[in-house]
Design a protein around this ligand. Sequence first.
Ligand code: COA
Length: 188
Amino acid sequence: MPNSAPQPPPPATFVTARLFARRPRADDAPAVFAAYASDPEVTRYLSWPLYTRVEPLAAFLGEAAANWDKRDRPVPLAWLLCLKGTDTPIGSIGVTLEGQGRAMFGYVLAKKFWGHGFTAEALTYLVDWALSRPDLYRAYAFCDVDNLASARVMEKAGMTREGILRRWHIAPTLGPEPRDCIVCAKVR
Ligand SMILES: CC(C)(COP(=O)(O)OP(=O)(O)OC[C@H]1O[C@@H](n2cnc3c(N)ncnc32)[C@H](O)[C@@H]1OP(=O)(O)O)[C@@H](O)C(=O)NCCC(=O)NCCS
């Protein structure tokens, strides 16, 4: 029988060896815009196109903040990632508790910080958190078939590649049609 006892919400903040993660705020918009949300290389494979103005990003971050107070799961819950000792966002990671014992993750990092293991560090923390909960059995993520850095991040976080989800996800920067995606998971 799945464990259906109510569980506490995900932690509002967490720390890893090098990162501090916290809930977003609408007033993070200028920093997020400058760090990654306006960069076409960063948004290439994402479900949202790059932002060209700060105001709509502030609205999005305001909604992301409000999601934390909603009780009608599932909603995506996002953290902003800051270097420890700072409050300036360099990326974001999110989880959706989908029901059926599943936690789905997504993440993005400013280009100047790529290649230092930051995303794998944050994802590893959250995968371990998810699978330590009695009601969660599957921690998973997917990425575009061409997004090999993201596929590697999933592996580094302990997930195993399960296959290809064909025609799974629309990345508006790449075109209007859904694209094939790699799906990886860690289960218990
Ligand atoms: C994907 C992304 C989050 C990775 O962040 P990161 O902090 O650089 O990731 P990490 O440093 O933890 O790990 C990246 C791994 O991918 C590897 N990698 C990078 N580019 C690669 C490529 N073209 N092919 C294969 N592996 C690649 C790195 O070498 C590293 O693996 P290693 O530590 O074994 O050497 C970052 O590139 C990003 O924000 N991209 C744009 C947004 C995005 O695509 N998000 C994911 C959506 S599913």
